[in-house]
Write a protein that binds this ligand. Sequence first.
Ligand code: UTP
Length: 288
Amino acid sequence: MKITKAIIPVGGLGTRFLPATKAQPKEMLTLVDKPIIQYIVEEAQEAGIKDIIFVTSFSKRSIEDHFDRNFELEFRLAQKNRKAEIEQLKKINKLARFAFVRQSEPLGDGHAILSALPFVENDEAVAVFFGDDVITADQPVIKQLINNYEQYGNPVIGLRSVPKKEISRYGVIAGVKIDQKTWDISQLVEKPEPDKAPSNLAVVGRYILTNQVLSMIKNQKPDKSGEIRLADILSNYLKKGKLHGLQFDGQLYDCGNKLDFLIAQVEFGLKHQDLGRQFRDHLKKLRL
Ligand code: UTP
């Protein structure tokens, strides 16, 4: 069955970005002039995703508004004859069909996916995006994962290599390489000490989850902190099923942490069609 549905959990608290995220979602922070979450939805649309289920929470209302029409704004812009802006706004609502489900409490990324499951068919595989990983690539990364799923039929997670000194920030895999970019995963280790990491391949917030994985979420027990985590669900699944990791082609910006977000700002600023040249000229003048 073709993958046309995505779940995007955006119910997290965004504590690493406080105070910016006290009253606004981190997913609505912008890279130059576009919210992080729109880059992710555009990636989904380019990969053929038609339906997107956002898992939201109390402070995420502006995400719903962003992907809805804003008739008053369109009306005011029409009065000023700002046709280009109107078209730009209308396109956002057409990127996919959107559904929003509330996660009653922030009980973990696995719990967020569980909240979306009533809207997924029993035998359906879905794409899952975490709401803060922006990836630039020639072919949308989720499409690269979908292609892998279509080739092998197994659930797939995105992987990238990270320097040893940063490895303890991530979930890391152990496994066997079965083609140029695909790993047959044997183990997932959360935030290992650099010397104990089984590889330098870290898990990135892009997944293709099959029914076999999704059906296990309902039975997953919370961890010590009370959260239901996707990493634990995948570790349990590994005891009986095959899980692939794909070293995708693309540049990742983990916009959930401040330094990567700043780096992304600069790089997206430099590439921006209208502002890039001026921004570059300005940066050159800085005495660093
Ligand atoms: P993160 O680990 O980035 O958590 O979640 P967070 O709460 O957003 O941010 P920090 O760590 O406190 O700064 C990964 C993804 O899972 C979602 C987040 O919104 C993010 O897209 N998530 C996490 C939920 O939807 N619900 C949760 O209970 C936890």
